[in-house]
Every structure is written in structure tokens, then in C-alpha cells.
Design a protein. Structure first.
Length: 468
């Protein structure tokens, strides 16, 4: 199979419409792909010889000092407690015969960024006795609540799956190279800035979602919103379709996410209406006095850019505007491993203002308007999950295993078991071009992250085992 010197044109909406169709249940599998094969302070525990595990970690999205920490075993019995110290950390011992999983919950205290009590109850989990680092933050809270809402509840498998869902779809800048797991990765001098900035962006999204809904006459608490998002994320996407999910909360949160992220991208995140950059940098130094990075030094992740692009597209689906179009074009041209100093000069002045109109309108939207937002997020989630997951974590790859496949090429393996190569530009050659993806060695799933026309300067000769 060769790609000759012709115009290769494609549109993402065609792929989206197919997967939207396939997800709604025809027993007849339509697989529209091209595949080929060429061959601190603590108490609790029983002490003494019965002491089994010491749990410790950081507390809060914005570091939270003076928070009450309650440890509860699998039977719902409180077995220990502690208070977060002046560096927003805790340490507590639990007995060796404790029933796992063990929940770690915080209430009260002072968030050093907002200067007030945290907006919602934070929770984390130790799945087994070998778990010693148990951080409690916004990500851990959503992960635990999502796992609890899944069939089977708080199991190791559900925690693992919820962690994948949350960190892929609601990234907020959490760098997997520095924070492989928001619950179990120790906070240190190299990752503390990333952790605090990502958590503050997440927390501000919850606050603004609540405010937008409240202004529209819908009185939800921050805990209500977190619980709704958790139920929605049981299927891996914040799109109003998870068991017990609320389409209005989902759509509002999706739009607000874009507003928050454009601020975070240029390192001008507003928290409770004021620029929180200095407060976050102060919190970094409070948590880890020898921290090597400030918020300005944090690198932008591809996950954060994907999340921002999706949010802008969702806002455009609801209320198109020229300002949002400009932001979408700019975001499409950005790449991961950039810093705020690289991004701020190319963004328009006060990019968050471009979202004001749609943020005020979406809570009062009709069902069809809400679906236009959530459907945009749903369609994007397939692309981004595919590009960030390991082969064994991609259920869509089972399309190539289906007994319903018929025709001459029904035994073709294509990219099965391979990595995902995302085409991110319309160049005839170069990194992440169609040519680059098609000629890489080994199996590859080739996906397009944009629409347009590729003018090929010469024939493309794909190597074996590719699925486009």
C-alpha cells in the first residue's frame, strides 16, 4: 500500500460521528479504518507490637495547615487521627491488623493559598498495607470518589482505572514525568510547584463552576459538584453520561475548565477573583523550603494543552465567538514542554474574558445546548485517551478483535498492540507528520489531531502494521 503524490484530505467530524454511532449500540460493527499488514502530630493505632504501617503525605490542593485528618478502615471504623503540620504534611501510625482499604479524610484547616477553609472535604486511600505515602488533594479526592461510584467500589483495580481517567481527562497540568500518581508520589523539591499549581487550577474550576450555577439559581455545594463529576467520570469522560451524572454540571465544568486553563497557561491563575501567583509561590516554599521551581518554571504538559483545546472547542460549540476562535488557533500551534514565558506573549490580553459570556449562559442552557458541549468533550476524549494510554489500557483497540469483522482484510492486525502516533501538522514530512507516523517501525495507531489538506511532496511508503 502506498500513498501517492495526491492531496490527502480528511475531517475529524467524520471520525467523531462514526464513534458516536458505534457507541450507541448497533450490533453490526462498522469499522471505518484503514488497516494493513505487510508481513507531625498524630494519635491512634494500638502502638507497641501491634503497630503496622506509618502513613504520611501532603495535605490539600492548596497546602492546608491545621486540617483534621481521620483514618477509617474498610469497615467504616475510625482508627486514627492527626493534624496537618505547618508544612501541610501529616504522619500517623495504623495497626498491622487494620482492614484495608483505608480511607484518609481531611476536614477544616486553612488553605494557605485562599486563606480560608477548603471548599470541600478531601479524601485519599491506602489500598493495602504496603502503601505508605498517601497524599490528600483534589486529584486524590476525585480518584477515590470515582472508584467508589464504579461497580465493585473501592478496589485496587477501580482505583487504578480512576487514576488513569482523572489524570488523562482532567490533567490541569499534572506532569506524569514528575507525578506518576497524585496519591502515592512523594512531594519533593522538583515536583511541588507542579502539584500545587495543578491542584489550584482544579480547585478553582470547582469554585467557578459552583459560582456559575449559583448565579443561575442552582444551589450546589462544592462537595455536590465534586461528587457529580466523580459519578460522571466512571466511564472516563466528563460528558454527563456517567451513572448518576448531571449534564448541566458537566457542561458548566467543561466550559469553566477552559477559562481556568488559559489563565494557568500564562501563569496568571486567578483564585477567588485575584491573581494567586505570589500566593502559590509562597505555598511552594512553605511546603518544600528548598524547592527548585516556582509556578513560572512549571512546564506545560500535552495533557493540559489537550484539555484546554477541548474546553475551547466545547465553548465554541455552545456560543461561537471570534475571540474563542483566536484562542483555539493559538492553542493548536502550541506544544508541550513550553513554559508560561513562551505562551503568555502569544495569547490575547485577558484570554479568560473570552469565556465570560458562555460561562454565564451554559447553566441556563437547553438540553440540546448542554449536549453540544458534552458531545464535543466526548468526541475529543477518544483521541486523547488513545494517544496517552498504554496498549493494554485501550478498550477501543478491541475493535480489531471483534468476531463481527468481515471481508478480505478481516484478519489484518494493523496497529494492534502498538503505540499511538498523533498527526499534529499538515506538513509533507517532519516530526508528527503523516509521513513520520506511517514510516515508523513497529505497529502504530495513526490518528489525526487536526483537519486540513496535506500536499505530499513525494510518495509515502508505509511500513508494516499500521492502522489509520
Amino acid at each position: 500500500m502506498i500513498f501517492t503524490n495526491f492531496l490527502v484530505s480528511f475531517r475529524k467530524k467524520h471520525l467523531h460521528s462514526f464513534f458516536e454511532y458505534a457507541s450507541h449500540g448497533s450490533r453490526m460493527l462498522l469499522l471505518f479504518i484503514f488497516s494493513f499488514t505487510l508481513t507531625a502530630c498524630q494519635s491512634g493505632g494500638n502502638g507497641g507490637s501491634n503497630q503496622g504501617t506509618v502513613l504520611s503525605g501532603s495535605v490539600g490542593g492548596g497546602p492546608t495547615i491545621g486540617a483534621k485528618i481521620t483514618i477509617t478502615d474498610a469497615n467504616g471504623i475510625a482508627i486514627a487521627n492527626a493534624i496537618s503540620d505547618t508544612t501541610a504534611n501529616y504522619t500517623v501510625s495504623v495497626a498491622h491488623d487494620v482492614a484495608y482499604p483505608v480511607l484518609v479524610e481531611t476536614t477544616g484547616g486553612t488553605d494557605v493559598v485562599t486563606g480560608s477553609e477548603p471548599d470541600f472535604t478531601a479524601v485519599s486511600v491506602a489500598i493495602e498495607s504496603s502503601d505508605s505515602t498517601v497524599n490528600i488533594n483534589h486529584f486524590s479526592t476525585l480518584i477515590v470518589k470515582t472508584a467508589q461510584a464504579m461497580p465493585g467500589g473501592l478496589t485496587a483495580d477501580n482505583i487504578s482505572l480512576a487514576t488513569q481517567f482523572v489524570t488523562a481527562q482532567l490533567n490541569f497540568g499534572l506532569d506524569p514525568a514528575l507525578v506518576s500518581n497524585p496519591i502515592t508520589t512523594p512531594v519533593n523539591e522538583t515536583n511541588v510547584a507542579v502539584i500545587i499549581k495543578a491542584n489550584e487550577a482544579f480547585g478553582e474550576t470547582i469554585r467557578r463552576t459552583r459560582s456559575a450555577l449559583l448565579i443561575s439559581g442552582l444551589n450546589y455545594t462544592s462537595d455536590d459538584i465534586m461528587n457529580s463529576i466523580a459519578m460522571d467520570m466512571t466511564d472516563g469522560v466528563l460528558d454527563g453520561r456517567g451513572l448518576g451524572a448531571d449534564t448541566r454540571i458537566a457542561a458548566t465544568a467543561n466550559i469553566v475548565t477552559g477559562q481556568v486553563l488559559v489563565e494557568a497557561l500564562e501563569n496568571r491563575l486567578n483564585v477567588n477573583g485575584a491573581d494567586a501567583t505570589i500566593l502559590m509561590d509562597t505555598a511552594i516554599n512553605l511546603s518544600i523550603p528548598n524547592a527548585t521551581m516556582t509556578t513560572a518554571d512549571v512546564y506545560i504538559t500535552n495533557g493540559m494543552l489537550n484539555q484546554a483545546r477541548t474546553a475551547v472547542a466545547a465553548a465554541q460549540a455552545h456560543t461561537p465567538s471570534s475571540n474563542l476562535s483566536v484562542i483555539a488557533i493559538i492553542l493548536a500551534g502550541l506544544s508541550g514542554n513550553s513554559q508560561a514565558a513562551d505562551i503568555a506573549p502569544v495569547l490575547p490580553t485577558d484570554p479568560a474574558a473570552a469565556f465570560n459570556e458562555v460561562v454565564s449562559q451554559v447553566p441556563l442552557s437547553t438540553d440540546s445546548q448542554l449536549e453540544s458541549v458534552n458531545a464535543t468533550v466526548r468526541a475529543a476524549a477518544f483521541r486523547f485517551t488513545a494517544s496517552t494510554s498504554a496498549p493494554g489500557d485501550r478498550p477501543w483497540e478491541n475493535l480489531l478483535n471483534s468476531a463481527d469483522l468481515v471481508g478480505f482484510g478481516n484478519k489484518t492486525t494493523g496497529g494492534k498492540g502498538g503505540e499511538v502516533c498523533l498527526v499534529t501538522n499538515l506538513s509533507s514530512s517532519g516530526s508528527n507528520s503523516l509521513r513520520d507516523c506511517a514510516t515508523r517501525s513497529g505497529p502504530q495507531w495513526i490518528k489525526f489531531d487536526l483537519s486540513g489538506t496535506i500536499n505530499l511532496s513525494s510518495i509515502i511508503y508505509p511500513t508494516s502494521n499500521k492502522t489509520i
